[in-house]
Design a protein around this ligand. Structure first.
Ligand SMILES: C[S@@+](CC[C@H](N)C(=O)[O-])C[C@H]1O[C@@H](n2cnc3c(N)ncnc32)[C@H](O)[C@@H]1O
Length: 204
């Protein structure tokens, strides 16, 4: 697997992460993701995982809006992000772990809904991370994957070779990981999009 290159920067940035215009942008994206995820879920998701959860903002919003949800789990490799998420956690249903998408610290079939916002682009092995998302999700579970996906980003692939920054590349990885019927949604401005998909039945 390629080395994890962005984790140290997020570890250093955690205390300031929700500040300023960038913090507002991330909160707006998370708010829209929560609305989309709730609209997408056919039934209330009892067990939810946020991969690359950062400060835990999205899970706090879900906790407010989902009284019936039993588990709100977050995983992130930056220890200070997890410390902050735990410190600001307002609900006993929330639990946080240090870990990377490529090796999720959960058993198979542990979640009904897996979300991830603006983290996917930082994963060092995006294919392996999506396989892990499928592994920890029950058959028929839903994925909501939000990040920058646009043909406008094609020139950046000269520098970040192999990154799935277009819908076409990401769709290919989603299907290979065991997700069916990926659908795309415009979420914010022109490049922030959400892929929603269902984990294939039966397990591959
Ligand atoms: C831009 S922040 C997004 C945080 C949060 N999801 C949000 O929307 O505000 C990217 C997050 O991805 C995490 N990250 C980086 N590499 C990762 C990996 N391989 N697996 C999971 N998370 C990763 C970083 O530590 C960071 O917290």
């Amino acid at each position: 697997m390629p080395p994890h290159r962005d984790i140290a920067a997020f570890h250093e940035r955690a205390q300031r992460y929700e500040d300023g215009w960038l913090g507002r942008l991330h909160r707006e994206i998370a708010d829209r993701t929560v609305t989309l995820a709730l609209a997408e879920a056919a039934v209330p998701a009892m067990r939810v995982l946020d991969v690359g959860c950062g400060t835990g903002y999205l899970l706090r919003r879900l906790a407010d809006r989902c009284p019936e949800t039993a588990v709100l789990a977050g995983v992130d490799p930056a220890p200070t992000m997890i410390e902050l998420a735990e410190a600001t956690s307002c609900d006993e249903r929330m639990r946080f772990s240090i870990g990377v998408a490529e090796h999720l610290p959960y058993p198979e079939d542990a979640f009904d809904l897996v979300v991830s916002t603006t983290s996917f682009d930082h994963w060092s092995d995006q294919a392996a991370g999506l396989v892990e998302c499928a592994r920890v999700m029950r058959p028929g579970g839903r994925l909501v994957l939000v990040d920058q996906f646009s043909a406008w980003l094609t020139p950046t692939l000269l520098v970040r070779r192999g990154k799935a920054r277009t819908k076409r590349r990401a769709t290919r990885l989603l299907v290979a990981a065991g997700f069916r019927s990926p659908e795309w949604h415009d979420l914010y401005a022109v490049i922030i999009r959400a892929a929603t998909a269902t984990r294939s039945l039966p397990r591959r």
